[in-house]
Design a protein. Sequence first.
Length: 319
Amino acid sequence: MSNRVELRREILSMNLKKQPVLKIWSLLCAFAMCLLFLFSAMQLPASADSSAPDGDGTAKNPYAISCFSDLMWLSQRVSQENHEFSVILTADISWDTESSWVPIGTHSLPFQGTFDGNGHKITGVSFQGNADQGLFGGNSGTVKNLGIEGTLIQGKRDTGAIAGWNSGTILNCYAVCDVLTTGNQCGGLVGNNSGTGKIENCYHIGSVTANEANAGGIVGRSSGDSAILQNCYHLGSVQVSSSPEYGNQIIGLVKESTIFPILNCFANRKMQRNQKLLSRTVLLLHSSLKPHQDKKNGQIGMCVTTRRAFPESETICQL
């Protein structure tokens, strides 16, 4: 009997000695599994994004945008990294008015790639926000072959249907919608055109209204030393609530000493019945006249302009 008791005591003692070792072993195993999980997660490819559209963003295989959620993805991608990727629309897109739109790019982090609308349009567009409002908040790449149709695009300043800020190229695009800023720099297509911003073969139909200053049927304000506006037209009203003289049919304001060619453009005169406002209308008409070279502000072709935009003469070209 005593032998059995002693044997049980020995077994119990051995088990008690093993327990600390087992606990340490369990902790080591758990730690090793955590390291393995973290290592595996780090090895996942960066392109593993289930929400990404088809394509890889290269010129040969651009991201294929076919719905509003793809546009949202593009906006988020540009806000995270300054990519120079290529994008193409593969279908007409209906705007989701229930979603909160964040424009693609900003003035400080613009879109730098190529956005090809491929002849498609985005319809039902309507949103409002702070500064740098438009489909693109900032663009220094190329936006082409795109149509925008909607009701109202509204921002505090630097707002246009295509881009709030543009220092890139906007080609073969149009917008049919009203554009409004509660501050300044409001354009039918571009709020603020800077740097080498080029706008060509484009038009806007709708009202353009700035509460403070600088409203233009195509561009609210241009400050680009190498910018150009060519083959564009605007149909609709242009208004500046507080200072009517700062509203013009094509460009609200061209910064003095800026070289900014404006060629082969047209605008109607559907504006406020205010003689002061009408006298400052930038009205650019097709004509057989040869372009005039202004010594200070660059080439002005086939146009009548204003002293505010081009201070050396009230009438640049005779019609």
